[in-house]
Design a protein around this ligand. Structure first.
Ligand code: G3I
Length: 451
C-alpha cells in the first residue's frame, strides 16, 4: 500500500473533537437532499435517464425502478431504422410509441435514438443507389421526426459516422460511400425542418477523451457552427471498461465541445466492473458532467445489469435483483442527492449540497472528498453526515471538523475555516478511511445543512 497523504491539521482524535463541537451551531431548517437519480439531477438543472426496452415495461420491478429513479428515457433499439421502417415506406411505431407514452405520461423527457446509422439498417436501404438512398434517408428522417414532433427532447440524428483509430476518417457505410461527406449536413438540415424544436445531436463512442476520432467530430461541429448548419448537441456514448477507461481528459473534452456552442450529453453510459472501483469511475463521470455547464444530462445504457448489452461486465447501477449497487450511491452522491432523502421536502431548493468522490484507493484504504456547494444564497457554515459501512473507520479528516455518533460509524463534518461561501461557490473536505478487511461500499452522505 502506498503511503497515505496527510493533508491537514485534523488528525482524528476524540479529545480534539470535543473542542470544535461548540464552535458552530447550525439551524436544521435548510436541509433537503433529493433521493432519486432523476430528482437529484433535476436539482442540478440536468436530466438523468436510462435506455429502456419496450418488452420490459411489463415487468413490475423494471417499471418501478424506471418510474422512480429516472426522468429521461432513450429507447434502446425501438427507434432504430430496422425497427421503424423495416421495408421501404412502411413504418411501424408500436414499440417506440409504447416507450414514449410510458415516459411522457410520467413527465419524463425522451431522447430519440437514432435516425441515420450504419448498423441495425434494413437490407433494402443498403441496396439503394445514390439518388434513391438520398430520398430514403430524408424521407425516413422526416416521417419519424414528424410522427414524434414535439415529443422528443433530443434526437441522435447521425450516429457513429467516424472510424476508430488514428485516421480521423469517416466510417464506410452506405450513406458515406454513396452520398459522400455531405450526408451528415443533409441529415441535420432535414431534421431541423422536420421538428424545429428538437435538439439535434451527433452521437459517437470512443470520442470521450481528446483523440483523433474526437478531433474529427470536433472539426465537424466547428465547421457546422461556422456555416450555420443546424446542430445543437454532441452525444458522448461513454461505454467504459478496463480496456477503454474513463479518460483523464474527459471533462476537458466535454468542455471544448461545449465551447463550440453546443450542449454536450452523456448518452449511453456504462462502466464494466464492480464495487468501489466501478463506483469511483461512475462518480467521476457525474462530477465531470456537473463541472461543464452545458453538459445537460446523463443517460445510462440500461437499468439492471442482467439486461445490459454486455451483461457479463455488470456495467450498470442496479444488480440483477434491482438492488442499488455502490455505483448507484456514488452517482446519487455526486449529484448532491442522498439515499433516504430526509430534510424538509417543502424547502424550495437546498441551501447547500454535498457530493462525494473517491479520490485515491489503495485497496485497504481510500481517500474520499466531499464537495460542498452553496445554493442560490450565500452561507456562513455547513454540516453534513458521512456514514461508513462497518468495519470501515475514518482515520484522518482535513478541511472540516468531525464528530462521531455513538456507533462510531456516522461522522458529522462541520465547516472549519471554510464555512463562508458565496452563492453557488464550493469548498471541499477530505478524509482517509481504512477498510479493515471489510466492505468496499463508499460512504453515504446525508443532506447538507447550511446557515
Ligand atoms: O429483437 C431480436 C429478437 O427478435 C431476436 O430473437 C434476437 C436474436 O439475436 O435478436 C433481437 O435483436 C437484438 C436487439 O439488440 C434487441 O435485443 C439484436 O440481435 C442485437 O444485435 C441488438 O443489440 C443492440 C445493439 O445496439 C445493436 O447494435 C443492443 O441491444 C443495444 O444496446 C446496442 O446499443 C448500441 C447503441 O444503439 C449505439 N451505441 C452502441 C450501443 C451498444 O452496442
Amino acid at each position: 500500500m502506498r503511503a497515505k497523504a496527510t493533508r491537514g491539521p485534523l488528525a482524528v482524535a476524540a479529545t480534539a473533537l470535543l473542542t470544535v463541537t461548540a464552535l458552530v451551531a447550525l439551524p436544521q431548517s435548510t436541509a433537503h437532499a433529493a433521493d432519486t437519480l432523476g430528482s437529484a439531477a433535476a436539482e442540478k438543472g440536468r436530466y438523468f435517464g436510462a435506455a429502456v426496452a419496450a418488452n420490459r415495461l411489463g415487468e413490475a420491478q423494471y417499471a418501478a425502478t424506471l418510474n422512480t429513479e429516472f426522468n429521461s428515457v432513450t429507447p434502446e433499439n425501438e427507434m432504430k431504422w430496422d425497427a421503424l421502417e423495416p421495408s421501404r415506406g412502411s413504418f411501424g411505431f408500436g414499440n417506440a410509441d409504447r416507450i414514449v407514452d410510458h415516459a411522457r405520461s410520467r413527465g419524463k423527457s425522451v431522447r430519440g435514438h437514432t435516425l441515420v446509422w450504419h448498423s441495425q439498417l434494413p437490407g433494402w436501404v443498403s441496396g439503394l443507389g445514390a439518388t434513391d438512398l438520398r430520398s430514403a434517408m430524408n424521407n425516413h428522417i422526416t416521417q419519424v421526426m414528424t410522427h414524434y414532433r414535439g415529443a422528443i427532447h433530443s434526437w441522435d440524428v447521425v450516429n457513429e459516422a467516424f472510424q476508430d483509430g488514428s485516421s480521423g476518417a469517416r466510417r464506410s457505410s452506405p450513406f458515406q460511400d454513396k452520398l459522400g461527406n455531405g450526408f451528415i449536413e443533409e441529415a441535420f438540415r432535414t431534421a431541423r425542418a422536420a421538428d424545429p424544436n428538437a435538439k439535434l445531436c451527433y452521437n459517437d463512442y470512443n470520442t470521450d477523451g481528446v483523440n483523433a476520432k474526437s478531433n474529427a467530430v470536433y472539426n465537424l461541429v466547428r465547421d457546422f457552427k461556422s456555416r450555420g448548419v443546424p446542430i445543437d448537441c454532441v452525444g458522448f456514448q461513454s461505454h467504459f471498461n478496463s480496456a477503454s477507461p474513463v479518460p483523464s481528459d474527459y471533462r476537458a473534452n466535454l468542455q471544448r465541445f461545449a465551447d463550440l456552442g453546443v450542449d454536450v450529453q452523456i448518452t449511453e453510459l456504462d462502466i464494466e466492473g464492480s464495487g468501489t472501483t466501478q463506483a469511483t469511475h461512475y462518480g467521476n463521470v457525474v462530477t465531470a458532467c456537473l463541472a461543464v455547464s452545458r453538459c445537460t444530462g446523463i443517460t445510462v445504457w440500461g437499468i439492471p445489469d442482467k439486461y445490459s448489452w454486455r451483461s457479463s461486465g455488470t456495467p450498470l447501477l442496479f444488480d440483477d435483483n434491482y438492488t442499488k449497487k455502490p455505483a448507484y450511491h456514488a452517482v446519487l452522491s455526486a449529484l448532491g442527492g442522498s439515499a433516504g432523502g430526509g430534510g424538509d421536502p417543502g424547502t424550495p431548493g437546498a441551501a447547500c449540497t454535498a457530493a462525494y468522490t473517491t479520490t485515491e484507493d489503495w485497496g485497504g484504504a481510500y481517500n474520499g472528498k466531499v464537495t460542498i456547494t452553496a445554493g442560490s444564497s450565500p452561507i456562513n457554515a455547513w454540516s453534513v453526515n458521512v456514514t461508513m459501512t462497518p468495519p470501515q473507520k475514518v482515520s484522518t479528516v482535513w478541511n472540516g471538523s468531525p464528530t462521531w455518533d455513538t456507533s462510531g460509524n456516522v461522522m458529522t463534518v462541520r465547516s472549519s475555516w471554510n464555512g463562508t461561501l458565496a452563492a453557488g461557490a464550493s469548498t471541499t473536505f477530505g478524509f482517509t478511511v481504512t477498510r479493515n478487511g471489510g466492505s468496499t461500499a463508499p460512504p453515504q452522505l446525508g443532506p447538507c445543512t447550511a446557515s
